[in-house]
Design a protein around this ligand. Structure first.
Ligand SMILES: [Zn+2]
Ligand SMILES: [Zn+2]
Length: 170
């Protein structure tokens, strides 16, 4: 989804777009999109910068950090990005924009690629750690069995002290 800034007549553009999951490439990431990604927001054209803000709603499938089983997860990402044209960037910096304005993306040309913006925001907001359940037992480090499903007995001799403590509670 490309917004052409030249043909933009109004200084504020409200948008409400849906992206097909295959139109957003999460590359080699361990997450994939399950459903249409919805993006609502507005684009405000200023003198030296363009502000794009809004919310992204996505459904992703991501691997459990411990046992690598797929988990479905809803993602809600509020975002605000400033775009500054290269020619204005130095001037804008000199004008000492506020701290959060300084992570503005510099762009050249007259178009903003919203698909790319959405892709970046999703990647930035993927959970670093996620568990299929609080007490996921993960994979056996010896035989790789999913220890939620199978008791492989590899670690029979050395019981993890945390599990031992739990046993005593019962
Ligand atoms: Zn798990
Ligand atoms: Zn094992």
């Amino acid at each position: 989804m490309i917004v052409d800034l030249i043909s933009l007549e109004k200084s504020v553009l409200d948008f409400d777009y849906s992206f097909l999951p295959e139109s957003i490439d999460l590359e080699g990431e361990e997450a994939k999109l399950k459903n249409t990604v919805k993006v609502q927001g507005k684009l405000t054209k200023g003198i030296v910068q363009i502000t794009v803000s809004g919310e992204i709603f996505a459904e992703i499938e991501i691997e459990c950090t411990r046992c690598l089983q797929p988990i479905e997860q809803k993602l809600h990402v509020p975002f605000r990005t400033e775009f500054i044209t290269a020619e204005n960037y130095t001037a804008a910096k000199e004008a000492e924009l506020q701290a959060n304005d300084l992570d503005a993306a510099v762009f050249e040309g007259d178009k903003i690629d919203l698909t790319e913006l959405v892709r970046e925001q999703i990647l930035l907001n993927l959970p670093e750690q996620i568990f299929c359940k609080e007490d996921c037992r993960g994979l056996c480090d010896q035989c790789s069995a999913n220890r939620n499903l199978i008791d492989c007995n590899c670690n029979n001799k050395e019981i993890d002290p945390r599990w031992a403590a739990l046993k005593n509670l019962k």
